[in-house]
Design a protein around this ligand. Structure first.
Ligand SMILES: [Zn+2]
Length: 121
């Protein structure tokens, strides 16, 4: 799939990237939600054991579990292989590991921290 890489701070600078992207199956989306939400739900359960702080930590982790679970549920695409992108700011190479995401795929350059985003043409 042909993708367009751009910097939100300068939309005139773009590059083209080739990547394998596929849609997540419903069972994979459920697994994403359970993995993300389940982590914070587990932290909420462990927080019950901490005296005094559990009054704050348990509701906080439950709220985070719901918010992050909803965000994970919106991811419906997945990179199937590593993707190499050239930074549009410092020209260093950025390696994107296979991840689940929603369009546009946003990431930062590890060298200069410039935000980038990938979207289909
Ligand atoms: Zn950079």
């Amino acid at each position: 799939m042909r993708l367009k890489c751009e910097r939100p701070s300068n939309l005139n600078l773009t590059s083209e990237v080739q990547a394998d992207v596929r849609s997540l199956r419903p069972d994979e989306k459920i697994r994403e939600v359970m993995k993300t939400g389940g982590l914070f739900f587990g932290l909420a359960l462990v927080s019950v054991l901490i005296p005094v702080f559990h009054f704050v930590l348990v509701p906080m982790f439950l709220l985070i579990a719901v918010i992050f679970g909803i965000k994970a549920g919106k991811r419906n695409e997945r990179l199937t292989q590593d993707v190499r992108v050239t930074c549009l700011n410092c020209a260093s190479e950025i390696l994107l590991k296979p991840v689940s995401f929603e369009w546009p795929l946003e990431f930062r350059c590890p060298q200069c921290a410039e935000p980038h985003r990938l979207k289909p043409f």
